[in-house]
Design a protein around this ligand. Structure first.
Ligand SMILES: [Mg+2]
Length: 312
């Protein structure tokens, strides 16, 4: 673990460096407050800092205050070093945002114990951040394919529709269904079926542009969100994906599966969040036609199927 040591007195600098290095820490040294502040603002800032109270430039308390005022994420643990006559001011140090303090001259064992306590806090916070990230991932992604799940991809469709409403650029979507997928599952079981599904998902994802979104709606159904695409561009992209998916068989264990997909493409030329249902309905209807027409193809509709009209 890296620790910032900010200390202007040479004897303490030397002592802190020797002790902390001996205990296995990597040290970043600062000789005054400004140097310490720079180090704590840098990209690879240490997560634990030992700050002398009295330093030229900025004192330890100033640094604590400045760190806590800024958005310091992840948390930096701050340990203040004070001399005896400042002890009555320790409250001020805590109010400024210090986590702990140590009185000079200090006992090495006590320093070690306090640094350990700080290290535990930093590690706990790291674990908390990782757990939050894992939860966010679980809440928004399909565990099988790693694509966005139904809710997250509908959310991003909604976001694109309102963005398109502001910028006046169209939003295309593609509703995708893997052809005859049930046959794979029935003949070979779900484990093999899952692998085929993942490979098809990977092929589709690899064919998209960076800002396109793909999600798994459920089963063998997927949704593509293609911001900024006219119906012509959307259909072209869908045809490319269709081609990539069926370009070679999917091999799982000793089997080889010829795979293909059907796509229904629809566009909102003047998007609005309220169009979502109509847009999904239009794409779904186009997908149905693609299946009726023999699968492994793209069909599209240029009219939104608004709930109030029967027209398409
Ligand atoms: Mg000093």
């Amino acid at each position: 673990m890296r620790i910032l040591v900010a200390e202007d007195e040479i004897t303490y600098r030397h002592m802190l460096r020797t002790l902390l290095t001996k205990w296995g820490y990597e040290i970043v040294m600062a000789g005054d407050g400004l140097e310490a502040w720079e180090a704590l603002r840098s990209e690879d800032r240490p997560r634990l800092a030992i700050l002398d109270w009295m330093m030229p430039g900025m004192d330890g308390v100033d640094i604590c205050r400045a760190i806590r005022q800024g958005k310091s994420d992840p948390y930096i643990y701050l340990l203040l070093l004070t001399s005896r006559d400042q002890k009555q001011d320790v409250v001020q140090g805590f109010e400024a945002g210090a986590d702990d303090y140590l009185i000079k001259p200090f006992d090495p064992h006590e320093l070690r114990a306090r640094v350990h306590a700080g290290e535990r806090i930093v590690e706990l916070q790291d674990r908390l951040i990782r757990a939050q990230e894992a939860l966010r991932e679980q809440a928004t992604h399909d565990p099988l394919t790693g694509l966005l799940n139904r809710r997250a991809c509908l959310d991003s469709l909604l976001a694109e529709l309102s963005r398109g409403g502001r910028t006046g650029s169209p939003v295309c979507i593609g509703m995708v269904d893997i052809d005859h997928f049930k046959r794979v599952n029935d003949a070979h079981g779900h484990l093999i079926g899952d692998e085929v599904l993942c490979e098809v998902a990977r092929r589709m994802q690899d064919s998209l542009r960076r800002y396109d979104v793909i999600g798994r709606l459920g089963g063998e159904e997927f949704l593509l969100v293609l911001p900024g695409c006219s119906i012509e561009e959307g259909v072209k992209l869908a045809e490319r994906i269709c081609h990539v998916v069926c370009s070679e068989p999917v091999k799982v264990k000793n089997w080889s599966f010829a795979v293909s997909i059907s796509l229904g493409v629809a566009v909102a030329n003047q998007p609005a969040p309220g169009d979502m249902e109509a847009l999904l309905g239009s794409a779904d209807a186009a997908l149905y036609r693609a299946k009726e027409a023999g699968r492994n193809r793209v069909e599209f509709s240029t009219q939104l199927r608004r709930p109030s009209s029967e027209a398409e």
